[in-house]
Design a protein around this ligand. Structure first.
Ligand code: MEV
Length: 428
């Protein structure tokens, strides 16, 4: 059903239109939307304003994984996620490593890039000498845009002309490198790039004989030079035991990581497990999870083959496990100063800088990965997963509190299967 001007209708009229056109005017459907409206009108209108055509709020659990010892400080990490076993797994892994020195992190870079993508059909040597001649002028022209960012210690780090004609006829880029300090920087980068494009094409019109066509000016969400490493390490004897042997556990753990390094089918699932931890903190701190996801998976393919983001080794009886993650995130700008729960999360994390937040996110990812591999090489993933999922299944079956207590007790020492659950509820 088509409609013009949907966005101009009031919230109530939007709902009524949907109910009439798609939901048989169901009052039950209407009630589902209305029950999530917040009584606090100011808060509701804040949320309504985040995006267009908001009808209601969509809750996700806001949870905490405590005991994250990161570079000597213990944090309680806020996690927003719907998958039942993730927070429990992160908490267990954090506790385990807090007793073995905790997570150690390193910032390997903070550079982000953006590009003016353009075509030019003239002589390349003329373009190169034009760019050499006008590079400083372009930078000077756009300088006012970076005054504030400079004051905060960031700004434009470099600007270069790149010949991409080997990939596409007449295709060139002006590539800029940025440090955006504590902001994710998308608005700053895009504003600068559009201004660079304007100055560049204006100057080029007079100075070049060929045709310049600006195709687009946009940041890259691929940030392999905005990179963090998180690692954990302990003596092999401090690891859990497999068939009575910590050595056997360590060997099997490293082999599981090797499989994710060489086998893409496994690497995708393995990295998804890492992102269970990372995304949950990304969401809780109001960051852009789509950007982070795109970035991380491109980085996982940097060799040409999609591979594991984490690695492990045993050297001289020491087990070390680490992850490298490109993370372009911010602790200022965007939702960080607006969304009350995001503000709460940042306060809880002691108002971190963007690099500190990168360190926390990478630690959450590594913790999650450790928990997943630990389960996979020992009792399997379903035991923990289904234990946490049991509550969802009981809710799905409208179980009473008594039935829930009975089922939880019944499955204490048994594999949880949906059919078995239905049967025992029917019997009781
Ligand atoms: C499930 O959300 C994540 C895992 O599949 C990750 C993994 O297999 O490593 C358990």
């Amino acid at each position: 059903m088509r409609i013009n001007g949907f966005s101009k209708l009031s919230k109530k009229d939007k709902i009524n239109w949907l109910l009439e056109k798609y939901l048989n005017n169901s009052t039950d459907a209407q009630a589902v939307l209305l029950q999530y409206w917040n009584d606090n009108e100011a808060l509701q209108s804040l949320h309504d304003g985040f995006v267009e055509n908001t009808l209601s709020n969509f809750y996700l659990p806001f949870a905490i994984a405590p005991n994250f010892l990161i570079d000597g400080k213990t944090y309680a990490l806020p996690m927003v996620i719907e998958e039942s076993s993730v927070v429990a797994a992160a908490s267990n892994a954090a506790k385990f490593w807090s007793e073995r020195g905790g997570f150690k992190t390193q910032i390997l870079g903070t550079t982000k890039k953006g590009h003016v993508h353009f075509t030019y059909d003239g002589n390349i040597r003329n373009l190169l000498s034009f760019f050499r001649k006008y590079r400083a002028k372009i930078l000077k022209n756009i300088d006012p845009l970076q005054q504030n960012m400079r004051k905060r210690g960031g700004g434009i780090k470099d600007i270069n002309l790149i010949d991409r004609t080997d990939k596409l006829d007449n295709y060139y880029q002006i590539e800029l490198k940025f440090d955006t300090v504590d902001s994710m920087g998308a608005n700053f980068i895009n504003t600068v790039l559009e201004e660079v494009a304007d100055h560049f094409s204006l100057l080029a019109q007079d100075a070049l004989e060929g045709n310049i066509d600006i195709v687009m000016s946009i940041l890259s969400n691929y940030t392999p030079e905005c990179l963090v490493r998180a690692s954990v390490s302990c003596r092999v004897s401090e690891l859990p035991k497999l068939d009575g042997s910590a050595e056997k556990y360590a060997q099997k753990f490293v082999r599981a990581i090797r499989i994710a390094e060489v086998e893409t089918y496994r690497a995708v699932t393995h990295n998804k497990g890492i992102m269970n931890g990372v995304d949950a903190v990304v969401l809780a701190t109001g960051n852009d999870f789509r950007a982070v996801e795109a970035d991380v998976h491109a980085y996982a393919s940097k060799s040409g083959t999609y591979s594991s983001l984490s690695h492990a080794e045993i050297v001289d009886d020491r087990f070390t496990f680490w992850v490298d993650l490109p993370l372009s995130v911010g602790t200022v700008g965007g939702l960080t100063g607006i969304h009350p729960l995001v503000k709460f999360s940042l306060q809880l994390l002691q108002n971190p800088s963007a690099t500190q937040l990168m360190q926390m996110m990478a630690s959450a990812g590594l913790a999650q990965n450790f928990a997943a591999i630990n389960s996979l090489i020992t009792h399997g993933i379903q035991q923990g997963h289904m234990k946490m999922h049991l509550n969802n299944l009981l809710n799905l079956l409208d179980a009473t509190p008594e039935e829930k207590a009975f089922a939880i007790d019944y499955f204490k020492d048994k594999k949880i299967r949906f059919d078995d659950l239905k049967k025992i509820l029917e019997k009781n």
